[in-house]
Design a protein around this ligand. Structure first.
Ligand code: PGA
Length: 252
């Protein structure tokens, strides 16, 4: 089994260029010796180029938080995959629950973004997750599997080597309430089954499934100890070097 471990920071709408470069300067030195995991930061668009430059020669990768699925064109306010590649991005977060909730993004649009990202050599991180209400009704697996099926529609098995999935229960994002390691693993296992249904067991075993939602230095170790948790997508705790470093250097 060769699943990649991906430890990612999603900076959301935080950090000016100066703040962003200061943070990665701290991270890159402290993480220089860390191996066996992919380390990733996803700054806002305005800081991508500066962070790319600061990260040159380091073992930290760059990702974006979104893209618009067109090569170029009259799409005021949007950023194309070509621009992301040009800025030095290797990854892109797609379908984050905040995009779904505040910007009305729905599965077919997210699927289109995923296909376009892959066509440009970007590695998409497809975010899925249920609301508290859906969990309360016991529908979390149905909701998440629909997001997985629709999000990955039309993707070839071969392309899946570049796709990661992030399970982020909406009730755990920014709330300080984390899924228990057991709850996370149960959902990750279910997602892996969905991937197996679509692409077969070999692809399912090799797909990295990350957990996101109030990941902190004090819960990362037990989350990462779960057999189907292959990394984390960290919001709030990725904004300070001290906490993100501890998270990336999780102890298993
Ligand atoms: P959080 O955000 O770690 O602040 O809960 C996670 C995410 O939204 O990716």
């Amino acid at each position: 089994m060769t699943r990649k471990i991906i430890m990612a920071g999603n900076w959301k709408m935080y950090k000016t260029v100066d703040e962003a470069t200061e943070l990665v300067e701290q991270l890159k030195e402290a993480l220089a010796d860390v191996t066996g995991r992919e380390i990733l930061v996803c700054p806002p668009f305005t800081a991508l180029s500066a962070v790319a430059q600061a990260l040159e020669g380091s073992n930290i990768q760059l990702g974006a938080q979104n893209l618009y699925p067109a090569e170029e064109g009259a799409y005021t306010g949007e950023i194309s995959p070509r621009m992301l590649v040009d800025a030095g991005c290797r990854y892109v977060i797609l379908g984050h629950s905040e995009r779904r909730q505040y910007f009305g993004e729905i599965d077919p649009f997210i699927n289109h973004k995923l296909q376009v990202a892959l066509a440009h050599g970007l590695r998409p991180i497809l975010c899925v997750g249920e609301t508290l209400e859906q969990r309360g009704e016991g529908r979390q697996k149905t909701v998440v599997s629909m997001q997985v099926y629709r999000g990955l529609q039309g993707i070839g098995a071969e392309a899946m080597k570049d796709v990661a999935i992030a399970y982020e229960p909406i009730w755990a994002i920014g709330t300080g309430q984390t899924a228990t390691p057991g709850q996370a693993n149960e959902m990750h296992w279910a997602i892996r089954n969905n991937v197996e249904g679509l692409f077969g067991s070999e692809v399912a075993q090799e797909t990295s499934i990350m957990y996101g939602g109030s990941v902190k230095p004090d819960n990362v170790d037990e989350l990462m100890a779960q057999p189907d948790v292959d990394g984390v997508l960290v919001g709030g705790a990725s904004l300070s070097a001290e906490s993100f470093l501890r998270i990336v250097k999780f102890q298993s």
